[in-house]
Design a protein around this ligand. Structure first.
Ligand SMILES: Nc1ncnc2c1ncn2[C@@H]1O[C@H](COP(=O)(O)OP(=O)(O)OP(=O)(O)O)[C@@H](O)[C@H]1O
Ligand SMILES: [Mg+2]
Length: 274
């Protein structure tokens, strides 16, 4: 819909349902490319294919790692972006509102750190808002959307959209006067948003498990909370496995760098033991 109906700039792409179609898609798009099951989240079943040797492995993983097996995949040409952002966009009774852009870092298709604001040139920000208006208007309804965008120089690519609060937007629990959750509830309840205010530069860093456990316990919380402005959100997941996201550390700073350092230090202080 983004590319074909709305004419938004996206990576080149092909859909594939069989291995033959998949190989055809890669031949058409060239390497590197990104392979994703169409039904997935947090990077599950997703890989970046850089060499011929990785083509088969990526296909096998896409068929086993997705939330549904034997999934249809999308193969996307690799966008060599400089920055990626989430533009939280709220459709409410008093119009469409944008939060200040959130920058983030992703590893293996999953987010590790996010920060707000992410400074952008005025024209780039305008383009990001235009893309976000178009996609959220086409989807329709009231609520908050997480519009993911790639920025390469002055060029903006649409990447994906969540029709709900976004994981990288957890930073807004400290950095904005209204969090992404509050904004979502207000919009759905038919209440006006008014103005969205940034309280201070803020950052989030994820807390990942390192091992399998059916009784994960947190340690290091005392050290994490010694870090100025830091807060923890522990998700209470009943079991852990390597790289499962178990919580998030949040912090503010007088600069984005300071906020990021504090959030990272707080996340690193928390350990999960089996
Ligand atoms: N075409 C592409 N070119 C370059 N990088 C890409 C491309 N597609 C995805 N990525 C990288 O992989 C990350 C995850 O991709 P995407 O957002 O599509 O997957 P996801 O599984 O929905 O992830 P999540 O649920 O965490 O948002 C992106 O944020 C980006 O860093
Ligand atoms: Mg994403």
């Amino acid at each position: 819909m983004a590319a074909e109906e709305l004419g938004l700039r996206t990576s080149p792409y092909r859909f594939a349902e069989t291995e033959t179609e998949y190989r055809g898609a890669i031949a058409a798009l060239g390497l590197p490319c990104v392979v994703k099951p169409v039904m997935s989240s947090s990077g599950k079943g997703q890989s970046t294919v850089r060499t011929e040797a990785e083509i088969q492995t990526a296909w096998n993983y896409s068929q086993s790692g997705g939330r549904t097996k034997n999934a249809k995949v999308i193969v996307e040409g690799f966008v060599n972006f400089d920055t990626e952002i989430t533009l939280l966009t709220v459709r409410a009774i008093d119009g469409t509102h944008f939060c200040p852009p959130i920058g983030h870092v992703q590893i293996s298709g999953d987010y590790r750190e996010s920060w707000q604001p992410c400074p952008l040139a005025p024209d780039v920000l305008r383009q990001c808002q235009e893309v976000s208006s178009k996609i959220t208007e086409a989807l329709g309804g009231w609520g908050l959307f997480g519009v993911e965008l790639f920025i390469q120089g002055e060029t903006v690519y649409f990447s994906e959209v969540s029709p709900r609060p976004h994981d990288t937007g957890m930073v807004t629990m400290v950095s904005q006067s209204m969090s992404e959750f509050e904004l979502h509830v207000r919009a759905i309840a038919g209440l006006p948003i008014g103005a969205i205010d940034l309280v201070s530069p803020g950052a989030s860093a994820v807390i990942l498990a390192t091992e399998v456990s059916d009784r994960p316990q947190f340690t290091g919380i005392d050290q994490a909370l010694q870090i100025p402005t830091s807060k923890l959100r522990l998700f209470g997941k009943p079991s852990s496995h390597k790289n499962r996201r178990m919580g998030v550390a949040l912090a503010l700073g007088s600069t984005i760098e300071e906020a990021r350092e504090r959030a990272k230090a707080a996340a690193d202080a928390v350990k999960i033991i089996g």
